[in-house]
Design a protein. Structure first.
Length: 389
């Protein structure tokens, strides 16, 4: 038995009922990208994406079933979204810092990390903050500490100024000793960069996320308890702090993630062992959504679309491949942060597709995966994304 979920990170479909409360009224990531950029998406269209996104043909007999998930959890960050997809729905949002971190938090970090100060301490774009402060960082040796609209404590450092091992140590200190209690952010993130002033480049492959441990057993833990092998491709394992992860496969962007997902599918098919493969394709969010790059987003969609037939063909009989997302990140929307949106579901299982409707919680995904492996699922699963829900 095999179930594969691929997260198109940040690929929302608009229409969240509480979008205005998050300042995101009118955001529609896939809709705006499709209508403005007109990407060629023949395979996603064949699967039924046109039933969810205006601007694509709504084919009469899609290869996949289609639907939407509504975020019930408080927040619109990656950790909140992935935890909800795993059945852990947050009632209280992770703390955020629109005015930067309080003085006592910064002082505690400096003391425990052994530095005499930090630079920035404000919400910022990662590429912008290193361009503006990278030279000062190299002169002073002070780490660049910044946040965003998400619940994150990010530390950027040039590898010639603060070596990777030292940067990672600082992040562990921040995670375990500083960002705790009322300041328990969803993630502490190491953001190494390299290069010369005016040409700094982040080293995405060396980024490390230090996530808050889930507050209870989630989908991955429960699958492992039922004897299902869990394979996490991309940043999934980091978002759960490794809880329930049988195998972590790191990636260097979408193309690498797709190839490693294909390899994981083929390995699972050959072994015959019950396996859940969970992949995150981060480029949609990190490279294009946050950078307001709608043409780049469209090109990434085209590249994924071109890979879809290979993913489909690799599936053994009886397997399921679901495409969904963790939040929105509309590159056409003002600002550079995540957007509160519903997310799409395209569920391929080799049977004729049908309308799955709109679930009122991301946790419907967890229930669907559990059901595939013959497990009972307790928790919020109203709406639904599979037959019988």
């Amino acid at each position: 038995m095999l179930y594969v979920t691929i997260i198109l990170d940040g690929a929302g479909v608009g229409d969240a009922p509480d979008a205005q409360a998050y300042g995101d009224r009118g955001a529609d990531t896939l809709g705006h990208v499709v209508r403005q950029q007109r990407p060629a998406l023949p395979n996603l269209t064949r699967w039924g994406l046109g039933h969810l996104v205006d601007g694509l043909d709504a084919v009469d007999a899609p290869a996949a079933s289609w639907g939407r998930l509504t975020e019930r959890a408080a927040g619109k960050d990656s950790t909140t979204g992935h935890w909800a997809l795993a059945g852990l729905v947050l009632e209280t949002p992770f703390p955020t810092y629109p005015d930067g971190f309080p003085d006592d938090v910064v002082a505690a970090f400096c003391e425990r990390a052994g530095v005499d100060g930090v630079l920035s301490n404000a919400p910022a774009s990662g590429t912008t903050v290193i361009a503006e402060l990278g030279d000062e960082h190299q002169r002073t040796g002070r780490p660049i500490v910044y946040t965003s609209a998400d619940s994150v404590f990010q530390i950027a450092a040039h590898t010639d100024t603060i070596p990777l091992d030292e940067l990672y140590r600082m992040c562990r200190v921040a995670r375990k000793e500083v960002m705790v209690g009322e300041h328990a952010v969803g993630r502490v993130i190491a953001r190494p960069f390299e290069g010369e002033p005016g040409a700094y480049q982040r080293i995405s492959a060396k980024r490390k996320d230090y996530s808050l441990a889930p507050h209870g057993p989630a989908l991955l833990d429960r699958l492992q308890g039922a004897g299902v092998r869990t394979v996490c491709v991309g940043k999934i394992a980091a978002l759960f702090g490794g809880a329930g992860v049988g195998e972590e496969i790191k990636t260097a962007g979408n193309a690498d993630g797709i190839q490693k997902t294909l390899a994981a599918i083929r390995e699972a098919a050959a072994s015959g062992q019950p396996t859940f493969v969970w992949t995150n394709l981060v480029d949609f969010d990190e490279l294009y959504g946050h950078r307001n790059d709608a043409p780049g987003y469209a090109a990434a969609l085209e590249a994924f679309d071109a890979a879809l037939p290979d993913l489909e063909a690799a599936l053994p009989p009886g397997a399921v491949l679901t495409l969904t997302a963790d939040h929105g990140n509309d590159p056409t929307y003002p600002g550079s942060d995540h957007t509160r949106e519903r997310v799409p579901v395209l569920r391929f299982d080799g049977t004729p597709g049908r309308d799955l409707g709109t679930a009122d919680t991301f946790a419907a995904h967890a229930a669907d995966v559990a059901r595939h492996f013959g497990m009972e699922w307790a928790g919020p699963t109203a709406g639904g994304m599979s037959r019988g829900v």
